[in-house]
Write a protein that binds this ligand. Sequence first.
Ligand code: GLN
Length: 236
Amino acid sequence: MSSSALQIVWVYPDLLSTYGDRGNMLILAHRARARGIPAETVEVFANDSLPDGDIYLLGGGEDGPQALAAQRLIADGGLHRAVDRRAVVFAVCAGYQLLGSSFFAKGAKCEGLGLLDLYSDRGETRAVGELAGVVDPELGLPTLTGFENHGGRTHLGPGAKPLAQVKVGIGNDNQTEGAWLGTVLGTYCHGPALSRNPALADLLLSWATGEDRLPELDETWTSKLRTERLTANGLA
Ligand code: GLN
């Protein structure tokens, strides 16, 4: 951690904040504080520079705001510096696509940040609905669940590992969902993703704090939500 309190940075709430993805910030702060880890949340708008932080969160967005966010992040350079010092980046949907080398927005190919070895083009249909998959065993997480709503399809290069193998929904390309490498992780899951996948929230907290064994929390409500969603997906 770069200071005494965990710094959780919500990147561009004015551009990247569809489907309640801001909830990811609230959940991380809650799960840190519930364990006595001081956490501060910082919301950084697109006209401001990215500060030093421990965890950077990017959410979904429509095509126009997504393209603008990519331009601003490339010009700012703060997310690249954050990845160089192994800060955690967790990105959803539009935020995930713009971490790759390129993506399409409003019919135009746009330059991405090149922080994950992947690119996105457009699918023939929009991917809308529940999304669930079996997570890369290296991450040691239970089934990933969320919902997706995107026109893009994402293709991973050898330098990015799939986050999950798809069981329900489309994700990247009907086969894999999301990607990760080091402490950078992207997904198509909204939900918000970290409310539906608290173990994923804890993985990000572990990466950020260096604590491998975080104390357990009361999971009564999170497990009710997971059981309900997994049952709806025929995966319980
Ligand atoms: N604009 C992107 C797409 O449609 C991402 C959408 C989103 O973030 N929900 O593929």
